[in-house]
Structure formats: C-alpha cells, structure tokens
Design a protein around this ligand. Structure first.
Ligand SMILES: Cc1cc2nc3c(=O)[nH]c(=O)nc-3n(C[C@H](O)[C@H](O)[C@H](O)COP(=O)(O)OP(=O)(O)OC[C@H]3O[C@@H](n4cnc5c(N)ncnc54)[C@H](O)[C@@H]3O)c2cc1C
Length: 396
C-alpha cells in the first residue's frame, strides 16, 4: 500500500478518537520509561520521535520479559472482545503497517494472515458464526474450503475438510528484533537507553515527581512511564498505586532453523505454529480462545522440560509434517502481563498525574498504537477516547 494511503487510513481512524486537546505542550519535560519490553520500547520510540527528552531504563536487557517469550501473533482475532477492544487491536494492526514504513526492514514483520480451524462440528459452527460477526465489524476474515486451504498452505495437513478462517491482514513478528528496532529508532531520535538499570524508588518534591532511584544511581524525571510487564504492580506500589494482575504462564517450543514450509500463523486444534524468518518453528501450547481443548498438559503450564517440548512439537508435526524433521531447540516459559479483567491498563493515574501506566497482554499486537497514543497523551496533555476504557481507576 502507498505510504500516503496508509497515513489516511490509519490517521482517519485513530485520530477520530482524540478529544480535549489543550494548547500546553509537555514536550520539554524529562520522561523516564521503566521497562525495555516492546511496550516501553514503543512508547520511548514515539516520545523520542516527537522530540521529547526520554530515558529508558531496563532492569536486565531489552525484551527480557514477556516480549522474549511471546508467540507474537499480530491480530484482532475472535478473542478480542468487546468491539471497542477489537477496534484497538485492529487499529494497532494498521499502525504496524505504518511503523514498518517508518522503521524499515529492521522491523521483522511477516504478513500473510492466519488460518484457523477446528475438527469438531460444534467448534466449526462457532467459528463460522465468529467469522460472520467479524465480517460485520469490517474485519478482513473469510472462510476458505479445503481446496483453497491446500493452495494457501501446501505444507499443512488437516484431518478434517471443515472450512477454515483466513484472517488475511494478520501477521507475526520477531518480538526481540522488533523491540531492538524500536530502541534503535528511539536512540537515533535522541533517547537514552540504559541497561542493566533497575528502577528501585521514586523521588518526590512538593511539585510532584522529581526523579527515580535506580541501581545505577538517581535520574531526574518530571514524568515516569511504568511499562515493566509483570513487575508493574511493584513499581506502581512505589507511587501508591494498585495495578491488579493475574498470573498467566505460557509455554512455547522452538526448533532450530528448517526449510520454509509455513507462511502464515497456523491455529490448528492441536497446536499453534509459526515459522520465523530464519526458518525456526515456534509452537504454542495454548493461546486465547482457540486453545487446545482436552490437553492433559494444561495441568502443568510451567513445565519447561525437553520432554514436554518434544510433546508439543509432536502434536504440531501432525499438522506441519516438516516439524518432525526439525531439531528441537528449547522450551520457553513466559508470564503474560495480564490485568485482572484481561484488558490493558494505560494512562496517567488520576492520583499520581506524573505516573503513566502501560501494562497489557497482546502487547505485541498493541505496541505500535499504544506507543503512539501514549506519546500523545503524555506530550499533548490530552486524553485519547480510545484509551478511556483502560484507565487504572476502573479497579477502584
Ligand atoms: C507465551 C506468550 C504468548 C504470547 N503471545 C502473544 C501473541 O501472540 N500476540 C500478542 O500480541 N501478545 C502475546 N503475548 C503477550 C505479549 O508478549 C506481552 O503483552 C508483551 O510482550 C508485553 O510487553 P511489555 O513490554 O509490557 O512487558 P515485558 O516484555 O515483560 O517487559 C517489561 C520489562 O520491564 C523490565 N523491568 C521490570 N522491572 C523493572 C524495573 N524495576 N526497572 C526497570 N526495568 C524493569 C523487565 O526486565 C522487562 O524487560 C504473549 C505472551 C506470552 C508469555
């Protein structure tokens, strides 16, 4: 798509949600971002692009948390409900296209969509209803028959001729490389990035936040963005804020590089599979509402043994036979930064107006849009309508 068309499409949709713009610019304030996962990296990138004075502090190394262990499927799929949350995710898919134009080839997104299906009649009927409902929301998804499926993904075997849902504009990304690309872009625009550097406390003066304490000494700050994934509640507590998360572990099995046989994200009844740019297969155990049903491994969601990993690959090889010829590499365990009600927490806290919170699942999908809108809220002293459902105050 042409760059100008993209800007019109994305700009028209996203900026429709902005309200209450005030004249005062905050762009000269010193902003510290705590957390170098994909969310902190995107916020730092967008702030720096706007000319703000940004310093990102990361406890260990970039993408060390959930981001590194993410399946990293970019989607606004059937689990993204209600409509306003679906819309946020869909807009972020469009924002990825814009970001890919801006950042260039270093943003390693693979487009081509996803293919999802079930082998049970009841689940297939539900899938068909979901496709129709999403089409009514304007989402680019449609049913494909078996012949079309085999044309799209000849390397995938199905033991069912049931229709599959092809969501054509979804994609997947290497989350570590994407985070690095955003940090590189932030640095080029003037941001300072420090790691290892853990934020350990906040300094306040009569006028509000004055700085942060860290393992590398103090830094002055007029505003703090907390994008620390599952560590967010601990940092938020330093500011007297409660951010309730629930535990949500997720396993992925990885192979060494293999010949290419899958182009799209494959959401099969027994496994979720993608193949990275470098040929490595990544297999998910259970993700969202297309999770594997009746899987005995569900009882041990943190088992990272090689045996468990091989079982995951065996299940995936029934769908993508090339996986049986690939060499098992490792199992990774990640913890989704999942707020208690499953929806993002984004925005300045009313009780601490110099502390901006950004913690969410589906953060790989949401990073481009959240980064852009967070920068707008921080620098322009505005509340973006699209983010209103996701304020921390909803938890009371
Ligand atoms: C198994 C699994 C599968 C997933 N699949 C998908 C998917 O398909 N699609 C999707 O969109 N999302 C997916 N997600 C969710 C997505 O990965 C996360 O929402 C996203 O990575 C969150 O990014 P983040 O930057 O908020 O957090 P993190 O990546 O966790 O980054 C937080 C960073 O903060 C740092 N930190 C912590 N404390 C401090 C401190 N005191 N000072 C400084 N730094 C600190 C940490 O070291 C860490 O690097 C998945 C997650 C998992 C675990």
């Amino acid at each position: 798509m042409h760059r100008r068309q993209l800007l019109q499409l994305f700009g028209g949709l996203a900026l429709g949600g902005v309200s209450g713009l005030r004249a005062q610019s905050r762009s000269r304030r010193r902003i510290v971002v705590a957390g170098g996962g994909i969310i902190g990296a995107s916020i730092a990138y967008h702030l720096a692009q706007r000319g703000a004075a940004v310093r990102l502090l990361e406890k260990t190394e970039p993408a060390a948390g959930a981001t590194r262990n993410s399946f990293a499927w970019i989607n606004a799929g059937f689990s993204k409900r209600p409509r306003e949350y679906y819309r946020l995710n869909h807009l972020s898919m469009l924002a990825y296209r814009q970001l890919a134009v801006d950042v260039g080839d270093s943003l390693p997104v693979q487009w081509g969509g996803s293919l999802a299906w079930f082998d049970r009649a009841e689940a297939t009927a539900r899938l068909e209803r979901q496709v129709r409902a999403r089409q009514a929301w304007g989402y680019p998804v449609h049913l494909v028959d078996d012949e079309e499926f085999r044309r799209l993904e000849p390397g995938v075997v199905r033991n069912s001729a049931s229709p599959a849902a092809h969501a054509t504009e979804e994609g997947n990304v290497d989350p570590v490389a994407a985070t690095q690309a955003l940090l590189d872009g932030a640095r080029s625009a003037g941001a300072e990035i420090d790691y290892p550097c853990e934020v350990t406390g906040l300094d306040r003066s009569a006028g509000g936040l004055s700085g942060v304490r860290t393992t590398q000494g103090p830094f002055e700050a007029d505003a703090l963005v907390i994008a620390a994934g599952v560590a967010t509640p601990r940092l938020a507590a330093m500011a007297g804020l409660g951010v309730p998360l629930k535990e949500s572990p997720g396993l992925l099995a990885h192979t060494d590089p293999a010949d290419r046989s899958v182009g799209r994200v494959v959401l099969a009844p027994g496994a979720h599979v993608k193949q990275k740019h470098d040929g490595r297969f990544v297999v998910g155990a259970a993700l969202g509402d297309t999770a594997v049903a009746d899987n005995p491994d569900e009882a041990s969601p943190t088992d990272t043994s090689a045996e468990r990993g091989r079982r995951m690959l065996d299940a995936a090889a029934l769908v993508v036979p090339a996986i049986s010829g690939a060499t098992f590499d490792r199992v990774t365990l990640g913890f989704r930064p999942l707020p208690r009600d499953n929806y993002p927490v984004v925005g300045f806290a009313e009780r601490q107006p110099d502390v901006y919170l950004a913690v969410m699942h589906s953060g790989v999908t949401l990073a481009p849009l959240v980064g852009r809108l967070a920068a707008q809220e921080i620098l322009d002293d505005v509340r973006v309508d699209l983010l209103e459902p996701y304020r921390v105050e909803r938890f009371g």
